[in-house]
Design a protein around this ligand. Structure first.
Ligand code: A3P
Length: 325
């Protein structure tokens, strides 16, 4: 991969030459560009390209990876609560006054902040989140032994969540945005950070090749059995719970603190916006990250034909991965 340092201006100009697409159902309100096989907003692409050129993984880094709308916000909250539990509990955690996205930086959104913080001596690791597909991650991450956590979710629920998120973000009334169009485009692989098949395959392959440094978490499993999954996560990222902590109910308190019910009712998550969002010109109100938090909302949106079509696609594109989708 090209490693020459590019200026922000060079990157901006380069992006304009990439293939473009606008979701028909968002009424042309936002352009995505295709870069190395993925669709993305230009501002995120700037971050991705900049990260590819400048980011150097450090051995203690932990990456929280996901396709958008798969439970990123939840994973960030839990990981943050795990690594900061010596400093904070549910009475004083920064999660009370910050959306989880402000507690855990994103490689493509906050690359400048991440590079600056590299110089500060931190007593605990700060995980770094990213939606970048495995094959497009900065080379130094893939070449390292850094831990990677990947959260994934029933694709049907991802599609529904993505649809509502985009409508909310771009202020498109639902009656003007046929779900069928959103569904069809998603099936064609045209969505932010899509195609989802490539996203899932990349991390599934990495976990088969390097299981000791790649943990796959499934949203539905976390809903069903949060305790085991939070324990697994804590162990994996090097912050295992002690027997004493388990007895004292620390895991359950973290789960409760990070639950949809709790986070979604906090003032910051009802009315705020993320740091740096305005600067990136992609403003997503915090409340949009907390919609329903349920498994199976697709049943309220999909026709039988849609279900048949997506199941066939999942089978064709992902059966080789061994993922339980
Ligand atoms: P729904 O739109 O189905 O409700 P991401 O964080 O990757 O953008 O994913 C957003 C999805 O995760 C949304 O799904 C959102 O409601 C759900 N979510 C957010 N916080 C959650 C939490 N604490 N527990 C469970 N689900 C959560």
């Amino acid at each position: 991969m090209e490693t020459k340092v590019m200026s922000a201006r060079d990157i901006e100009e380069m992006i304009k030459t990439f293939p473009q697409y606008t979701h028909s159902w968002v009424k042309g309100r936002e352009i995505m560009y295709n870069y190395q096989g993925i669709w993305c907003h230009p501002k995120f692409l700037e971050g991705i390209i900049s990260a590819q050129h400048t980011f150097k993984a450090q051995p203690s880094d932990v990456f929280l990876c996901s396709h958008p709308k798969s439970g990123t916000t939840w994973l960030k909250a839990i990981a943050f609560a795990i690594v900061t539990r010596q400093k904070f509990d549910e009475s004083n955690t920064p999660l009370l006054t910050n959306i989880p996205h402000n507690c855990i930086p994103s490689l493509e959104k906050n690359i400048e902040q991440i590079l600056e913080n590299r110089h500060i001596d931190n007593s605990c690791i700060t995980p770094i989140a990213t939606h970048i597909p495995y094959n497009l991650l900065p080379e130094s991450i893939r070449a390292s032994n850094c831990k990677i956590v990947y959260i994934y979710r029933d694709i049907k629920d991802v599609i529904v969540s993505y649809y509502h998120f985009m409508l909310g973000r771009l202020n498109v009334p639902i009656e003007d945005a046929p779900f069928e169009e959103a569904f069809d485009e998603f099936c064609q692989g045209i969505n932010v950070f899509g195609p989802i098949w490539d996203h899932l395959s990349g991390f599934a392959k990495a976990s088969l090749e390097r299981p000791e440094i790649t943990l796959l978490l499934k949203y539905e499993d976390m809903i069903k059995d949060p305790t085991s999954n939070v324990k697994r996560l804590a162990e994996f990222i090097g912050y295992p719970f002690t027997t004493q902590e388990e007895k004292e109910g620390v895991i359950e308190r973290i789960i409760k603190m990070c639950s949809f019910e709790n986070l979604s009712k906090l003032e910051v998550n009802r009315s705020g916006i993320q740091n740096g969002e305005r600067a990136r010109a992609i403003v997503s109100e915090n409340r949009l990250y907390f919609r329903k938090g349920k498994v199976g909302d697709w049943e309220n949106h999909f026709t039988d034909e849609m279900k048949e079509k997506i199941d066939k696609l999942i089978n064709e594109k992902l059966s080789h991965t061994g993922l339980a989708l």
